[in-house]
Design a binder for this molecule. Structure first.
Ligand SMILES: [Zn+2]
Length: 597
């Protein structure tokens, strides 16, 4: 730790500052500020000291990003507004200076010296696909591997720690780059003879397997490829180890369906990775019946390491019908699983030109993306869910899809005032028409956006949209100026969920190499405070828990994240430093779920 120690605001100022912001106002069940003498005070279970604490309990920044008058920000930059936090059970009981925190210490208290780490309200990733992340982490990762021998060694290393006979799944060898010299089953079968192996290509149109896998799938020289597929053969006419397009399923169908316990383990792996990455909560963007069942089993057995807020998959009509009478669930301090919303799709992606646009793609004249919301979208059922209090989370990327999403939400709200309380969201809100920008604030629709998408799409977004329309693409600042609420997320596993990458993308609008100079469409950048709020305060609002979390104050849930870099100071002075940030501690409902020295 080499951060300069800034002088701390005196505690008296801190108290005034918190009181002025109204952020201390406790939730319904929160205890009042503790007036009792130290001797009569109950002890804290956990006391975190010597931290740079940013409570985020001060006022919201202005639409242009300027910090509130009561923010601990001055000409010299940001100053932490506390040093220590004490936790009892699953609540925060003290926020303030080190010496005052000591009064909460009892014989059983655990005291953790954070040695100058930054302590913040717990981070939230508000749009994730946790099952896909778990699967990705469980499979052998061959992304970036350049030779067959190297890929085989990675699989062999996994085989060494996998019971014989069990399938080994992997992904990421580049079937595009390797198309002229496809790998075969020979070396793979020699090095991995006792496990069936299934290795999906990076672009998902080819798979590569070993001999045992082909035997299990009963693929022989006599096997004919299905229509639209191809079985690669060697000179002798035997299957050589690679299947392409529709033939992929010949091998895939031989992989046994996971048991419930195996399925749960994959989901848990994804959630544990998020706890390690500093997140105290995620919002799952589309759980179907099977994933919901896994979440419920994990919750019932106390195994969810972090909070999971669920958007039910709008494609799973039976699941929606089951949830409709139950209504939106109310989050709770000890509760790890809460169902809030319904996820539906109004278009595709901009990269593949599936985003629905009002005018044609510049680089594909005549095309405007997919014609209507996907077939699985049931407007009646979705509207009924909204009227029952559920949040609707509409995937909309193109300006036409965003307009239709706003039309749909406004239509339902006009119909039924009960639907107004749903804090509805548009997921991505990537390309907007100027006429639609003010509608977000007017209708209370949250723009749920992914800072990394701007950085990852900047190379080609203008090719698709042209110089004019791109001005209202990834337009965080324009939306803020129009009064819209934002929330930030990764949309993992499509992009890196490392929060430092997300913060850097939001603050700099540059890639990891610092390109382009000054940031891409720099007028849309967020300040460090706005970027951080996108993963904390604003995420709390999007999950209906802004009275309980999103800020550090007495009576709030004990959900916190500690990191080795000060994102406000670094973000303001040298955003590139953020990319080296590390998570030190993740605390959920008072439980330490990740801790590193
Ligand atoms: Zn998504």
């Amino acid at each position: 730790m080499s951060h300069n120690r800034r002088s701390l605001a005196p505690v008296a100022n801190l108290v005034l500052l918190l009181a002025a912001s109204g952020a201390c106002s406790p939730g319904r069940t929160a205890p009042p500020a503790d007036p009792s003498p130290a001797s009569a005070r109950p002890h804290a279970d956990l006391i975190l000291t010597n931290a740079r604490v940013y409570t985020l309990a001060w006022g919201e920044p202005a639409a242009d990003g300027a910090p509130a008058a009561n923010a601990p920000h001055g000409p010299a930059g940001w100053t932490p507004d506390a040093q220590a936090v004490a936790i009892r059970g699953s609540r925060i009981v003290f926020v303030g200076a080190n010496d005052a925190a000591v009064a909460w210490r009892g014989p059983a208290s655990r005291v953790v010296d954070l040695h100058g780490a930054t302590l913040l309200p717990g981070l939230v990733d508000s749009h994730v696909h946790i099952l896909e992340l778990g699967r990705m982490l469980e499979r052998v990762n061959l992304v970036g591997v350049t030779t067959e021998a190297e890929a085989v060694e990675k699989v062999a290393a996994r085989a060494a720690v996998t019971p014989k006979g069990a399938w080994i799944l992997g992904y990421g060898w580049d079937e595009g780059a390797w198309a002229n010299h496809y790998p075969t089953l020979k070396l793979l079968s020699e090095r991995v003879p006792d496990h069936p192996v299934y290795l999906r290509g990076l672009h998902s149109y080819a798979v590569w397997g070993n001999r045992l896998a082909f035997e299990r799938a009963n693929i022989t020289p006599a096997t004919r490829a299905p229509a639209g597929g191809e079985i690669k053969h060697d000179a002798s006419g035997a299957p050589s180890g690679v299947l392409v397009n529709a033939a992929v399923k010949l091998l895939e169908s031989a992989i046994p369906t996971p048991t419930a316990a195996e399925f749960d383990a994959v989901v848990l792996k994804g959630l544990q990775a998020m706890a390690e990455a500093g997140y105290v909560a995620v919002q799952e963007a589309g759980a179907d019946t099977e994933l919901m069942a896994a979440f419920e089993r994990l919750a019932a057995t106390g195994r969810l390491p972090i909070r999971v807020y669920v958007m039910l998959s709008g494609r799973d009509h039976a699941l929606l019908e089951r949830w409709l009478p139950r209504g939106r669930e109310t989050p709770g301090e000890q509760r790890m699983l809460t169902t809030l919303g319904v996820k539906v799709f109004f278009d595709g992606a901009l990269g593949s030109r599936g985003a629905r646009l009002l005018a044609p793609y510049v680089d594909r004249p005549g095309e405007r993306g997919v014609p209507t919301p996907e077939a699985a979208f049931d407007p009646k059922l979705t509207a009924a869910m909204m009227k029952a209090g559920f949040q609707v989370d509409i995937h909309a990327i193109g300006d036409a899809a965003n307009r239709e999403a706003l039309d749909f939400i406004e239509g339902v709200m006009k119909d039924a005032p009960s639907a107004r309380t749903g804090r509805h969201r548009i997921e991505h809100a990537q390309v907007l028409d100027a006429d639609d920008v003010p509608r977000f604030a007017r209708s209370g629709v949250i723009a749920s956006m992914q800072p990394s998408h701007a950085v990852e799409d900047m190379a080609w977004a203008e090719d698709r949209l042209g110089a004019e329309r791109v001005k209202l693409a990834y337009a965080w600042r324009t939306l803020r100026r129009a009064g819209a609420r934002l929330v930030f997320s990764s949309d993992l596993p499509g992009t890196d969920y490392n929060v430092f990458y997300g913060l850097h993308s939001a603050i700099a609008r540059q890639d990891r190499a610092g390109k382009p100079e000054g940031g891409w469409r720099a007028d849309q950048r967020m300040t460090p405070e706005e970027a951080l709020r996108g993963y904390t305060t604003w995420a709390a609002y999007a999950a209906f828990v802004e009275q309980h979390t999103g800020a550090l104050a007495v009576g709030r849930w004990a959900d916190l994240t500690a990191m080795d870099i000060d994102p406000l100071s670094a973000g303001e002075q040298a955003p590139a430093q953020l990319l080296a940030g590390k998570i030190r501690m993740t605390i959920v409902a008072g439980r330490v779920v990740k801790s590193s020295p």
